[in-house]
Design a protein around this ligand. Structure first.
Ligand code: ZN
Length: 194
């Protein structure tokens, strides 16, 4: 891995031009989160791979991106793709959520639909576009029962997209009632002791 700065590591094959593009995209992803939700605390280590086999070595099996953490540090591993600001913003938002809740409460108390729904608020990919006000209440209630990863994701790609869209709509509605305050939403959902 080639080090671009103290927190960004890239596959040497990425080259100079794409590395510069990556730094720009990373900045845009960060500012999207701070502009929309005023969050900027999480500062994860970013690892960008070019190939499936290197991706696997860094914990990324099959997916395009993953955010994970050790108690003392956040990591984001993504496979390079052009214009992937949505993916970077999405994964960075998971790190923001973890930063707010703390490591253990994130693992034990944050339901998958809520975590993904929050990440989706900065993920503008066309396939996940949804108008929260026209999603039926039954669909919102359905996704809110998907509290664990194995319930949220299945081998059925179309169902996974449906879950992402419903989670996005559910969280958008909850945030609307809270003036976009993500920390407030998390505290309310998981019964923060603070
Ligand atoms: Zn996610």
């Amino acid at each position: 891995m080639r080090r671009l700065d103290d927190r960004i590591y890239v596959d040497p094959e990425l080259g100079d031009q794409r590395s510069r593009q990556l730094l720009d995209t990373w900045r845009i992803a960060k500012s999207r989160i701070s502009q929309r939700f005023g969050l900027s605390a999480a500062n994860p280590v970013l690892v960008v791979t070019m190939h499936a086999h290197t991706a696997e070595r860094y914990g990324l099996a099959g997916d395009s991106g993953i955010a994970f953490a050790l108690p003392w540090r956040h990591y984001i591993v993504v496979r390079w793709q052009d214009g992937f600001v949505d993916l970077l913003a999405h994964e960075l938002m998971h790190a923001q959520v973890r930063d707010i809740t703390g490591y253990w409460r994130y693992l034990l108390q944050v339901p998958t639909w809520l975590d993904e729904g929050i990440a989706m608020q900065v993920d503008d990919r066309e396939v996940y576009r949804v108008n929260p006000s026209i999603v039926p209440p039954g669909e919102i209630a359905r996704v809110q029962r998907l509290t664990r990863a194995r319930q949220f994701w299945s081998g059925d790609g179309a169902q996974n997209v449906r879950n992402y869209r419903a989670a996005k709509a559910a969280v958008a509605r909850l945030l609307e009632d809270r003036s976009g305050n993500i920390a407030g939403l998390l505290a309310w959902q998981i019964g923060s002791g603070d």
